[in-house]
Design a protein around this ligand. Sequence first.
Ligand code: NAI
Length: 510
Amino acid sequence: LHSVSPLSNTELSGGVALAAKYRKTNMVIKNICCIGAGYVGGPTSCVIAWKCPNINVHVVDISEMRIKQWNSDKLPIYEPGLEDVVKECRGRNLFFSNKVDEAIKEADLIFISVNTPTKTFGIGKGRAADLKYVESCARKIAEVAEGHKIVVEKSTVPVRAAESIIHILSANTRHDVSFQVLSNPEFLAEGTAIENLLHPDRVLVGGEESEEGEKAVEALSWIYNHWVPKEKIITTSTWSSELSKLASNAFLAQRVSSINAISALCEATGADVSQVASAVGQDSRIGSKFLQASVGFGGSCFQKDLLNLAYIAECLNLPQVAQYWLQVTDMNEYQRTRFSKRIVECLFNTVTDKKIAVFGFAFKKDTGDTRESPAIYVCSHLLEEGASLNIYDPKVSEGQIIEDLTNTAVTDSPERVTKLINVQSDPYEAVKDTHAIVVLTEWDEFKNYDYKKMLSVMKKPAFIFDGRKILDHESLIKLGFHAETIGKRFTRNALHRSSGESFPAFSWVM
Ligand code: NAI
């Protein structure tokens, strides 16, 4: 972050020139309100405040706890670089509060960045996005707004959700109030949010194809243009913008599931998925990014957005399209289950009463977010089999781990689970007297541990299961570990394989 210089004079004077141009259209933005102080609303607002020192950014949330944390030294989310930006801007042109009504009234432009989880009840249960939080924002804006407002849908929503927002706003406002609704989905990835916001691959702005719509699109583009080059700001119709977000996440998730499907083939045939991924990725039409086989994808978005996309397809009577995308989530579930079963099989087909160390609980490195983390599923499987778990994660709190694993949607016996989990703050303590280490998040620090020291305090034979393919397996084997990873079989482990798992005879090739 420190390598990123603040706005240069040219950029600032460019901003002033742009402001003069936009002033003519009466669409200069001086006050922004962001509703939702979560993983998207928080970092996005921070970067806007940092890069646009002349704009006041007011982030509001209904959660008092979240706002308290944003105003404290311990921010509610961990993101590399975030703390520095907050320190520089908070109290200057960046404010966090629960004063939703006031912030809406003052704002020229309002971002809706609230959560849109998968519905857990009623029509579309388990598939459709629950838009109740977005709708409640729209109703609140309609209730308290004065003058002209640009309302920006930043949350990920189904196609044509903006239409519902427009409907609610236009049916509930007084004659002196006017709105333009834009779609501006967020593409940041947790763990690299600040970097992604500062250097986005693209910024997408969808708006109504009318003079007023174009003015609103220009006003929002002007904000981003303080630091994002014009050619990276793409403008489309509102519906294309909404669908592009769902499609992007579906494509990303699909790549993970594709390489994971190949990893299963590698394990069964003796090929090595890293070598296959490297060879495949060197085709410039395919590209090498996002081809890392693993225990599976997690996070609050991929699964939810895939389900939402499939639901939309189903509703539009496109069952083949829905089935196609649902396969991506099925493959993800298969990968998690396959990995969990392999752990049990390698540990002589039982983990009952065995102690296992779990390294990593967050859904990916550099975040404390555990939503849909593969760790929840793998740990639950091991707990169901009677293992006791020593869990260590550098950023996830004990309370969060216990909450995730005792959630009644995950286990039918929260009391039993509580007894079987031990959340540790020191990885070396976590491995004492364990039969195995299971790596479930790709935290960099896991690569640099003294595994010789760890091995010395573990039960023998000591196993290590690398669900993220980040460790040096050959060295671990030399130390005396029995190592297992995704998409590769180590020949010295052949003895431990159950008969059903041995490499097939390839007779079908003849
Ligand atoms: P989050 O759950 O971290 O934050 C949402 C916040 O909105 C919560 O603090 C909640 O209290 C607040 N909220 C809900 N209803 C409210 C209301 N009526 N008034 C005021 N505050 C309200 O969610 P997150 O992760 O920030 O996601 C937000 C949206 O962005 C979702 O649609 C998500 O799909 C999308 N998204 C998320 C990304 C991520 O990496 N987390 C990346 C790109 C998009």
